[in-house]
Every structure is written in C-alpha cells, then in structure tokens.
Write a protein that binds this ligand. Structure first.
Ligand code: PMP
Length: 393
C-alpha cells in the first residue's frame, strides 16, 4: 500500500508537557492516592494472563473478602468504575420482565432503577426524603407487595450523606425470596459492614474512595444464593463484558480447569488496587472504622461550632466518610467551592441529584481521614464565608 501525506498534523497541544497540579481531594471522590499506591501502579506492565498477575488477582480477592467480611468465592474486581460494578450486579441478577425494588434515598437509587429498567425489569421504587432513610417496616411492606427478585440499597448515599441502617434487611429480603444488593462505594472501609453476617447477596464498591487507589477498578462479591440465581438464568445477560460466567472464570472463581481470555485486565490498576488493600490490611478494618468515626465526629462538631448545619439530622445516620453541610444561607455554593479550589487547592463539592443546590459535600476518606485535614477544611470554609458574596436577604 502507498503511504499518502496525512491531512491531519500532530496536534500542537500534545507537544506541551502534561501538567497535573497537587490538590487536596476532599470531595466525595476520588481521594488522594498515597505514594505507596502510586508507585505500585507505576510497575511494569506484564501480560494479563501471566501467572504473576493471577497471583496478584488472587491477593486482590483475599483483600476484598477481608474488606467485605465475606467467604464468597465469587469475589473479584470489575475492570471499570463503580458504575460498572452496579451494572455487573444488576445485569447478571435480573432478567427481562422480573420485578426489582429500589430504595431511593439519593442519586444512586435513581441510577440503579434506570439500569434495571434498561434490562426490561419491572422497577418499583420506595423513596426516602433527601437526608432521610427507609425503615425496615417500609421496606418489608414494599417487598411483600412487589415480590421483587432483587432489592437495591445504597449503604453510603454520597449525594445526601446518609449512612443507611442495614440490620435486619438481609433477613427480610430472604423471607420474601429476594436478593439484597448493596452499594458500599462511599462507605466500605470507613464504617462497619459485614457482608455474610448481614445477609448481603451482592456487594460492590469502587477503588477511589476509602481505598485510596486511582479510579478504575470496582470490587464486587456474589453470595451462593446470588450465584444460583445468576447461573440458572434462561437468557444471557445483555452485556458480554459484564457476564458473570466469563468474569468469574477470568478471576479463577469457578471450577473450570483453565482460565480463558475474556478481556485484557488493566494490570497496573490491579497493582494499585492490591496495594490499597494491603494498606488497609496493615491498619486493620476495626482501626480504620474507628478512625473514620472519630474524625467524622470531630468534623461535624467543628462545623456546628462554626454555625453551619448538617444536612442529615440523625447523628447515627451520618456518613463519617462523606459529609453533607446545608448550603450556607445567603451564599452561592458555587462561589464557595470555586473560592476554596482557587485559594486552597482543595476540592469540596456541591450537591448531586436530589441534593443539588441544597448542600456542600466534603469527603475525608482513607488516608485523608485525619484531624489535621479536618482543621484544613474548617479553615478553608471560614475563609470562604469571609470572602464570598453574601446577600442580605
Ligand atoms: N455509588 C456511590 C455511593 C458513589 O458515591 C459513587 C461515586 N460517586 C458511585 C456509586 C459510582 O462510582 P463511579 O463514579 O466510580 O462510577
């Protein structure tokens, strides 16, 4: 073939060096990545089917089993962000025409309902007011009325700052022959959660919050009960990429003698994820839970002593990882977040979904959860309230 002159020249922008600033990542995610984890991700790329990678994947499985407190063999990390794990959970467990019940206490329930609709499920929602949560009695009523095959609940609703109570919900779901799917993207590692003991059938999270790894891998686990439902489907899941039979083979969770190529695993993202799980194992879950709780309470008390109000009224339902602050009266929340970014190189964010315009959100997760960082955020907020425009009305 002849080589013709190209009509598109190389872009000038690519000739400039890439610049990435240092930022305090105190929004709802991603959080800062410690050096140890960054360095792990900079190790050489080797084949995604090499024995060394299988060993790293096996370490990741053990780390996730510890993080989730589960003995499920079908435990692995999806190549993708939290949304990929959400779709992996829903696309595999639900067949077209089946009934799904979704607890909506923020944006994550809304998105789960959207995903279930896309696979042709009959979706019912039960909605809690923003900043609130659902009682077990309300959940049981909806389970008995709708008889769903799957119930979705966000444990840490990062859009509203709510930590949803979990106790008893697993048993309720099983009483109605329904699987319990829990989103712990914003909570796991920062608050107690026991997948097996709490009867959770499918649990997932993301790498970029409490784990402090870069975004791009999403731990997930399926109980025996969930696997039985998935592997007795009469139709194939709509997604080839997220098909549990392929993924569990790739991650060595099945009984097949060999692993078959499914997709090219993001090996450097696996290195970072493994390292982040090692950091957590070094500290220990209980210590991490305690630290997040103490720092969260210290932060919440500091906010209240500044005269700010917390969006979640009930103390026990406040996430220690992602805090929602009632948007200060008379201010434009966008000016506050922009001011703090510009003058302090510090990210906090506004609301999301049902909490847009109502709150400021601050995430202190994993290594970012410290009293020194709380003091930094409080100082930045004080500074912003002094310098941003305040209307008199
Ligand atoms: N669920 C919750 C509770 C989250 O906070 C997030 C991320 N903000 C997600 C799901 C989606 O994760 P990702 O952005 O990694 O796709």
């Amino acid at each position: 073939s002849i080589m013709l002159p190209v009509s598109m020249p190389p872009p000038q922008c690519l000739k400039k060096r890439m610049v990435v600033p240092h930022r305090y990542m105190f929004g709802p995610g991603p959080s800062n990545v410690p050096q140890r984890i960054l360095e792990a991700g900079a190790k050489p790329v080797i084949g995604h089917m090499h024995p060394e990678i299988f060993e790293i994947m096996s370490d990741i499985k053990s780390g996730i089993q510890y993080l989730f407190q589960t003995q499920n063999r079908t435990t692995f990390a999806v190549s993708g962000t939290g949304h990929t794990a959400m779709e992996c959970a829903i696309f595999n467990t639900v067949e077209s025409g089946e009934s799904v019940l979704v607890a909506v206490n923020g944006i994550w329930g809304e998105r789960a309902a959207d995903m279930a609709e896309r696979v042709g499920a009959r979706v019912k929602t039960i909605v809690a007011p923003p900043g609130g949560y659902l009682t077990n009695a309300e959940i049981e009523k909806a389970l008995s009325e709708h008889r769903p095959v799957l119930f979705f609940l966000a444990h840490g609703e990062s859009s509203t700052g709510v930590l949803h109570p979990l106790d008893g919900i697993g048993n309720l779901c099983h009483k109605y022959d329904c699987l319990l799917l829990v989103d712990s993207v914003a909570s796991i590692g920062g608050v107690p959660l026991y997948m097996d003991q709490q009867g959770i059938d499918i649990l997932y999270t993301g790498s970029q919050k409490v784990l402090n790894a870069p975004p791009g891998t999403a731990p997930i686990s399926f109980s025996e009960r969930a696997c039985r439902k998935v592997f007795s489907r009469t139709t194939k899941p709509v997604s080839f990429f997220l098909d549990l039979s392929w993924l569990s083979n790739y991650w060595g969770c099945d009984d097949k003698p060999a692993r078959i190529y499914h997709h090219t695993g993001p090996v450097t993202a696996f290195y970072s994820l493994r390292e982040s799980l090692a950091v957590l194992a070094d500290e220990g879950l209980e210590k991490s839970w305690e630290r997040h709780q103490k720092v969260g309470e210290y932060f919440h008390a500091g906010l209240e002593s500044m005269g700010l109000k917390l969006f979640v009224k009930e103390k026990h339902a406040r996430l220690p990882t992602v805090t929602t602050i009632v948007a200060p009266h008379g201010y434009d929340w966008k000016e506050i977040t922009a001011y703090i970014m510009k003058t302090h190189s510090l990210e906090i964010s506004g609301g999301l979904g049902p909490s847009v315009g109502l709150v400021l959100r601050v995430g202190l997760m994993g290594c970012n959860s410290s009293k020194a960082n709380v003091d930094m955020v409080l100082a930045a907020l004080k500074d912003a309230l002094k310098h941003c425009h305040r209307s008199k009305v």
